[in-house]
Design a protein around this ligand. Structure first.
Ligand code: SF4
Length: 701
């Protein structure tokens, strides 16, 4: 029997055809009839079979007794969790409980529907998630400019003639905040129809290898490039009139800011020749169908939000927003903008560093100190929902030490990892193939409007629960321990009884597409709803587009202080097609090939340090140092080094890397370095020293 579903391992939403015989998965291949992905998959999709069959996957709740995990039943695990949380909050106050939600939650229908209720019921200001690791700049720019944190315009890459990609490597990452299965094919199609792809990055990435033009840039200087491009466009009158002029405000403030930008200075800082900056600005402004897109490498800089804002401005004033081939807004069958908060900023602040919340969450860079710092409001307990912040957030080792002092920690996860191995209780959800799925979030970021419901492929063991059921159950049990009205408790109970399918059916009914759950069940490959269409100004979630939001304009004072180009080494991160954030490192076919846990360095820099390919080198930041194998790469910009994201050297049964000298990039990133506007972590452009490791020096001498 062949069943069809959407892959939930990354944002690309590839359609899968899964052959099952006698209760065993025989084959996973791309679904040619999926109207969105049209047969594309990457090697990670096959890991769904490995995860499902993996003997290391946790299948029963675990509770720690005498320092060791032992299996228990669901009743004890859930009831103990609810009671511990309630007791802890009664003793220390609500803020003593924190919650961290990892990235897999947004790939999970049940978590998307039931985690928010549970999180709200904790009534704690200490809510954290992976969003403040690399995504807050996008959300905050969307919130300020368009009126909703998830109203993020998406590159219309299937119709564009010029695609500028900055700080992103979609060929390896499969796209992010741009759900686009088969991105290589789509990029090649741009060039085949006579268009251009320009990549701006400190590393000549896999995407840059495909592009028509590659521009090397000094890490952390993207904000200056964008300001210079904006100045050139405005000064030379290259901006294009269009509908945007009718429903936007703030152009005069932009004009006045850019006057202080000297393109010559920018060229020196970015290391991009002045004539190339001018050519880039003019080419983009004059192109009829073009879009400028920046992703993780941009968002994780000190000026992440301001750079993302300027990218939007460049698109808007050249009339590339809401127009085919430019940046456009999807129209998903379930309009999450109607269900999720539009966002708010600064309603409360973190206790230790007074960092403002965004959309109900504090920045993750505050989590460790909120656990470590004694006093009123100190975090004493943590709910870890499918996350591994000890590896994925800055200064992860310090966080790992801090959580060992917590009085209670529960993790919702089916693998042990560097963080949740310190939990007191583990609640394991079913495998991804044992649950229904509908992508609530990624249709909102997709380059084409489609809709697809995936029924569970494999039957689940008796008594097993999916993530949504776990959160629904925890919510009801915790509500019993809290002073809530009968009505509130009944509401939680009702939502639990409804189940994810019925809630989804209701959400589809509220949408404009006319697609029903019944139709989706009858069309297992999914339903095509067409290309993105213009929807402004009606679709705006505020009256006008704010071209110059106050918070970003104020940050320009930092930008004006252009500073000097330095010769220090700067550290950047990288992705690999076979990596999936911090998990799946133990899946054999994803670990094939040579070691990926290497420090990329240019041959010229290596020579100046006396480093040869394969040598062990020490990379030292203000926080810590790690030893890692050097890999010479002629695609690296001078004085820039690059480590992969998501590895860790802390040996562990299910996460130990097969690669020697593994270390985590986040062992040497700072939790005290952040984008002052958005609160996002700074992971790109970190100042480091590089040299031969002592052991290697001894060998060489
Ligand atoms: S690209 Fe992403 S969604 Fe597609 S198969 Fe690979 S991991 Fe799954």
């Amino acid at each position: 029997m062949t069943t069809y579903r959407t892959c939930t391992l990354c944002e690309a939403m590839c359609g899968l055809a899964i052959e099952v015989e006698n209760g065993r998965i025989m084959k996973i291949r791309g679904d040619e009839e999926d109207p969105f992905s049209r047969g594309h998959i990457c090697p990670k999709a096959l890991a769904l079979k490995n995860i499902h069959e993996d003997g290391n996957r946790i299948r029963k709740p675990l509770i720690k007794r005498n320092g060791k995990f032992v299996e228990t039943d669901w009743h004890e695990a859930l009831e103990t969790t609810a009671k511990k949380i309630a007791d802890l909050q009664a003793k220390y106050g609500n803020q003593a409980m924190a919650i961290y939600a990892g990235n897999p939650n947004v790939h999970n229908l049940g978590s998307m529907l039931y985690l928010p209720n549970f999180s709200k019921l904790l009534r704690t200001p200490n809510r954290y998630s992976a969003s403040s690791v690399d995504q807050w700049p996008h959300q905050q720019v969307a919130h300020e400019m368009y009126g909703h944190q998830f109203m993020v315009p998406i590159p219309d890459i299937d119709r564009t003639d010029l695609f500028v990609i900055m700080g992103a490597n979609p060929v390896a990452s499969n796209g992010s905040l741009m759900t686009a299965p088969g991105v290589s094919r789509r990029l090649k199609a741009i060039m085949k129809r006579g268009g251009e792809v320009i990549v701006i990055d400190p590393r000549k990435t896999e995407t840059a290898d495909l592009a028509t033009t590659y521009l090397s840039i000094r890490p952390g200087t993207d904000v200056y490039l964008m300001a210079a491009v904006l100045r050139l466009i405005l000064e030379n009158g290259w901006h294009q009139p269009g509908p945007w002029t009718e429903f936007s405000t703030g152009l005069d403030e932009l004009k006045s800011f850019v006057q202080s930008i000297d393109v010559k200075d920018v060229s020196r800082l970015t290391s991009i020749p002045q004539d190339e900056i001018e050519c880039l600005a003019q080419t983009f402004a004059k192109a009829e169908k073009a879009c400028w897109y920046g992703r993780i490498g941009v968002s994780t800089q000190r000026f992440g939000a301001t750079t993302q804002w300027l990218i939007q401005c460049v698109n808007i004033i050249t009339n590339k927003l809401d127009t085919p081939g430019g940046l456009m807004f999807p129209s998903p069958a379930v309009n999450v903008l109607d269900f999720l908060s539009p966002g708010h900023h600064g309603r409360w602040k973190s206790r230790v560093r007074s960092l403002p919340e965004f959309a109900g969450e504090l920045p993750v860079i505050a989590l460790t100190e909120e656990i470590e710092t004694a006093g009123d409001g100190q975090i004493k307990g943590l709910v870890l929902a499918a996350g591994n912040p000890a590896v994925t957030t800055p200064n992860g080792q310090r966080l790992e030490r801090a959580i060992q002092g917590l009085e209670f920690m529960v993790a919702i996860d089916f693998y042990l990892n560097e963080t949740n191995r310190h939990a007191h209780i583990i609640l394991p959800p079913v495998s991804p193939l044992e649950r229904d799925h509908y992508d609530l979030i990624f249709h909102q970021f997709a380059i084409r409007n489609t809709s697809k419901f995936s029924q569970a492929t494999m039957p689940r063991p008796v008594g097993a629960m999916d993530d949504g059921e776990i959160f629904a159950e925890l919510t009801c049990r915790l509500a019993r321990h809290k002073k809530l009205s009968f009505g509130q408790k009944f509401k939680f109970h009702l939502q639990k009884r409804m189940g994810a399918r019925r809630i989804l059916a209701f959400a589809l009914k509220k949408g404009q597409s006319g697609v029903s759950l019944k139709q989706l069940l009858q069309n297992p490959h999914g339903i095509d709803l067409g290309a993105m269409a213009a929807q402004l100004p009606k679709g705006l979630r505020q009256e006008q587009i704010q071209l110059a939001p106050k918070r970003f304009v104020e940050d320009l004072n930092r930008v004006k202080d252009v500073g000097k180009q330095t010769e220090e080494f700067r550290l950047i991160g990288r992705r690999h097609l076979l990596n999936n954030n911090s998990w799946l490192r133990h899946i054999p076919h994803l670990n094939r090939g040579k070691s990926r846990m290497t420090l990329l360095i240019s041959p010229k820099d290596a020579e100046s340090l006396g480093v040869s390919d394969g040598d062990l080198v020490t990379v030292k930041s203000d926080v810590a140092q790690i030893d890692v194998v050097a890999e010479l790469d002629s695609g690296m910009t001078h004085r820039v080094v690059c480590l992969p994201y998501g590895f860790s050297g802390r040996a562990h049964a299910h996460t130990a890397s097969p690669f020697p000298h593994s270390a985590s990039i986040n062992d040497i990133t700072h939790s005290n370095d952040w984008d002052r506007v958005s609160g996002n972590a700074v992971l790109s452009g970190v100042r480091v020293e590089v040299g031969l490791a002592d052991a290697q020096t001894a060998t060489k001498s």
